[in-house]
Design a protein around this ligand. Structure first.
Ligand code: AR6
Length: 176
């Protein structure tokens, strides 16, 4: 399982699954969520509506999977990151849950590649340095604990250079 760092737009990635930083309504929004629904087309929203009708809202830290519609990926894994509340609402654990539950879902579907955005670090205001640290630690732990995982490649897609620089320095300074 290799970990890649990429600067850019997650909607153009060709990983089998891309992860969406959604909200619990699953009905779309701004940021990366808006971009995925806009470019992926109506099929994604239709699939989200079906999930809503079946299970209700998606809770913070959990993940669901849909088609990727018109995007190059096959699937979108929608996960709901925590809104930053000065660290007083279990946000660190919930953010870690987002990464772990997305990876678990990818494994359930026997997927070989998955791309993550920097969940919660935009509209939800999670501190970027702490979020990067949690993302990298959680993914590495998952990798160590799941030697039989179908996932061969995990990509972190950083849209802004601040996140890219943080990931680069953490990945370099904490080699596996
Ligand atoms: N590709 C990759 N990353 C992106 C893209 C893109 N096209 N666009 C933005 N980012 P955000 P959140 C980065 O705000 O903080 C929505 O309204 C962005 O630079 O998208 O989890 C949802 O519906 C940032 O680093 O998600 C929720 O209501 C990261 O994606 C709420 O926002 C996450 O920023 C979720 O907030």
């Amino acid at each position: 399982m290799t970990i890649r760092l990429i600067r850019g737009d997650i909607t153009v990635q060709e990983s089998e699954a891309i992860v969406n930083a959604a909200n619990s309504s699953l009905m779309g929004g701004g940021g990366v969520d808006g971009a995925i629904h806009r470019k992926g087309g109506k099929a994604i929203l239709d699939a989200c509506i079906k999930i809503r009708n079946k299970q209700g809202k998606c809770r913070t830290g959990e993940a669901v999977i849909t088609t990727a519609g018109l995007l190059p990926a096959k699937y979108v894994i929608h996960t709901v990151g925590p809104v930053w509340n000065k660290g007083k609402s279990n946000e660190e654990t919930l953010l870690s849950d987002c990464y772990r539950n997305s990876l678990r879902l990818a494994d359930e579907y026997q997927l070989t590649s998955i791309a993550f955005p920097n969940i919660s670090t935009g509209i939800y205001r999670f501190p970027k340095d702490l979020a990067a640290d949690i993302a990298i630690r959680t993914v590495r732990k998952y990798k160590d604990e799941h030697p039989d995982s179908s996932i061969r490649e995990i990509s972190f897609i950083c849209f802004d250079s601040e996140n890219y620089d943080l990931y680069e320095s953490i990945l370099e300074s904490t080699q596996e």
